[in-house]
Unconditional design. Structure first.
Length: 239
């Protein structure tokens, strides 16, 4: 009985040491990966990494991780050559294969969401218009001033924000389009086109997302425009 009790105690102690070592290792790996992503992406904000699965050490030895979650804040992406900021980007990477140096890897598949605030979307428009929530999902209120025939006209329109296919051969489905549903013409020839030059725009996101992660859908609410992201063979840090 004493020997059995001794074996149980030793097993518990060793198990506790293993769990402790495993949790320290996963914490260290999360911090190192976060620093790598921060450096590679050139992020203005922060990075949080959460590695799933237990035990971590056996996953690390095989260079394969079940799932890695990322939470990025203040991500600068390029939209038609101009910087556009995503307030937040959350992504889950599944079946991650680590490289030999453990500094990065690639995931078989990934999905996530990103948020563009109305303040940042207003900056991205580059038209001088102000964009706010339009009262229902997928709708924006766009307010702009137009100088027309010696008069300054300020008009607000309800616009649809949607994801449309990109140029042929570019991968498609990466252009965010804001288009007014209707524009009051007031019976003046040319007024509608003048207002649309201020309220309507396309912005293609070309760079800044993890390689392989693409826009697949979007909608809007009071917080801003929410982007849905999906991809296969997605790069994670310095793969």
């Amino acid at each position: 009985m004493r020997f059995l009790r001794f074996v149980v105690i030793v097993a518990v102690v060793l198990g506790g040491l293993f769990v402790g070592a495993d949790r320290w290792a996963v914490g260290y790996a999360e911090n190192q990966l976060a620093e790598k992503i921060q450096s590679r992406q050139g992020l203005a904000g922060g990075v949080e990494v959460d590695i799933h699965g237990f035990p971590f050490l056996t996953q690390a030895l095989s260079h394969e991780l079940e799932q890695v979650d990322l939470k990025l804040t203040d991500v600068d992406v390029t939209a038609d050559g101009r910087k556009t900021r995503l307030s937040q980007l959350d992504a889950a990477f599944h079946d991650v294969k680590l490289n030999s140096s453990y500094t990065g890897g690639s995931a078989k598949r990934a999905e996530g969401t990103a948020l563009i605030s109305y303040a940042d979307l207003t900056k991205a428009s580059q038209t001088g218009a102000t964009l706010t929530y339009g009262g229902q999902p997928g709708k924006l209120k766009v307010t702009a001033s137009v100088d027309f025939l010696g008069r300054t006209l300020t008009r607000s329109v309800i616009s649809t924000v949607e994801l449309v296919d990109g140029k042929a051969g570019s991968g498609g489905g990466k252009t965010v389009r804001v288009h007014a549903d209707s524009v009051p013409g007031e019976g003046i020839p040319g007024i509608e086109s003048a207002i649309r030059k201020r309220t309507d725009f396309d912005r293609r996101i070309d760079d800044g997302l993890p390689a392989g992660l693409k826009l697949s859908a979007l909608t809007s609410d009071e917080a801003g425009v929410h982007l849905t992201l999906t991809g296969t063979d997605v790069s994670l840090a310095g793969s």
